[in-house]
Design a protein around this ligand. Structure first.
Ligand SMILES: *[C@@H]1O[C@H](CO)[C@@H](O)[C@H](O)[C@H]1NC(C)=O
Ligand SMILES: *[C@@H]1O[C@H](CO)[C@@H](O)[C@H](O)[C@H]1NC(C)=O
Ligand SMILES: *[C@@H]1O[C@H](CO)[C@@H](O)[C@H](O)[C@H]1NC(C)=O
Length: 303
């Protein structure tokens, strides 16, 4: 009796601690939003199917078209998440992209932050690629590539981007995989203008498979990706008054929902997670590509 009471309280305390930790994960800090209320179709209307309750959306690629959605708002700083499930089977050349961009508003000096999921000729081996551009830095690709540590076709996984004045952090299931610190080395290309949030599926045969080595095989179409768990929390750009930003939710220490101290630096737990992911799952970083960059970009040289 005494032992089971002890065990019981032990379990209570344990789940309380786990709960506290979980509550600090970035994805659990912000509310889920409805796709219908927050997004428009970007392209391929007939291949976009929102769930009736608005909580999720399927989008597909077939021989006629890819498809995608775009946020109604443009955001200046924020936290952005989508829980995504990828198509199974032979998916070589298929690209599912979750990204922020302002190329429509600033065609010559646009900013962009990309999470790109690249299909593969081997089943279940989707590759995660991240990239960042700022102020039109399109000549310099800053790609990093990872093998995922789970099968992304079996269930939904969170892909997130945090962007504030301190850093840009790319995360997978709340584990940071890349941090771009806003320091002097990167300041001229640090994303600095409001961006829309896009989710797309498209044929990247040429682009993603060594110049078309393994193109999309439409025998296996349609390729259907699903997204739910949509979170977009930041300062909304008023398109009529560019100097006026409407911040959706304040933190204690800031007007901007991701301006607070808890978003300024990675915690030691997050840093440990990032080191684990990069050590075990990263297989390409532009910072190590001396063939491509005889002179490495400035931010690579410091590390
Ligand atoms: C994704 O985030 C949501 C909200 O925090 C969470 O409920 C869900 O378990 C997460 N999914 C995974 C695979 O971590
Ligand atoms: C953006 O790039 C242009 C040249 O392409 C440069 O004149 C300008 O100073 C840059 N802006 C910033 C903030 O670095
Ligand atoms: C634009 O927003 C700024 C800051 O909120 C405000 O001071 C200004 O009056 C606004 N301008 C117009 C034309 O509404």
């Amino acid at each position: 009796m005494a032992i089971s009471a002890f065990l019981y309280s032990y379990i209570l305390v344990f789940s309380w601690i786990v709960g506290i930790y979980a509550a600090y994960e970035p994805t659990s800090r912000f509310r889920m939003q409805s796709v219908n209320q927050t997004c428009n179709v970007f392209f391929g209307r007939t291949n976009v199917h929102a769930r009736k309750d608005g909580r999720g959306v399927n989008f597909s690629l077939d021989k006629l078209s890819g498809s995608g959605i775009v946020s109604k708002n443009k955001y200046y700083y924020g936290f952005f998440n989508g829980a995504i499930k990828l198509p199974a089977g032979f998916t070589s050349g298929v690209v599912v992209a979750y990204y922020l961009s302002n190329a429509d508003a600033f065609p010559h000096n646009h900013d962009e932050m990309d999470i790109e999921l690249l299909g593969h000729e081997k089943r279940g081996r989707w590759v995660l690629q991240t990239n960042i551009y700022g102020n039109g830095s399109v000549k310099t690709g800053r790609e990093e590539k990872f093998h995922l540590w789970f099968d992304p076709t079996k269930g939904f996984h969170n892909f997130s981007i945090l962007w504030n004045i301190h850093h840009v952090v790319f995360m997978v299931d709340d584990i940071p995989v890349r941090e771009v610190v806003h320091d002097a080395a990167i300041s001229s290309i640090y994303p600095s203008k409001p961006m829309s949030v896009y989710t797309t599926i498209w044929d990247g045969s040429e682009w993603a498979t060594h110049g078309g080595k393994y193109p999309v095989d439409y025998k296996y179409a349609p390729f259907v990706a699903s997204m739910r768990g949509i979170e977009m929390e930041g300062c909304v750009w008023n398109q009529k008054n560019h100097t006026h930003l409407l911040c959706s939710r304040r933190t204690l220490s800031s007007l901007d929902p991701v301006g607070g101290e808890q978003f300024a630096k990675l915690s030691s737990r997050q840093r440990a997670g990032m080191e684990w992911a990069r050590r075990n799952h990263m297989f390409y970083s532009y910072c190590q590509d001396k063939k491509r960059y005889r002179v490495l970009p400035l931010e690579c040289r410091e590390k």
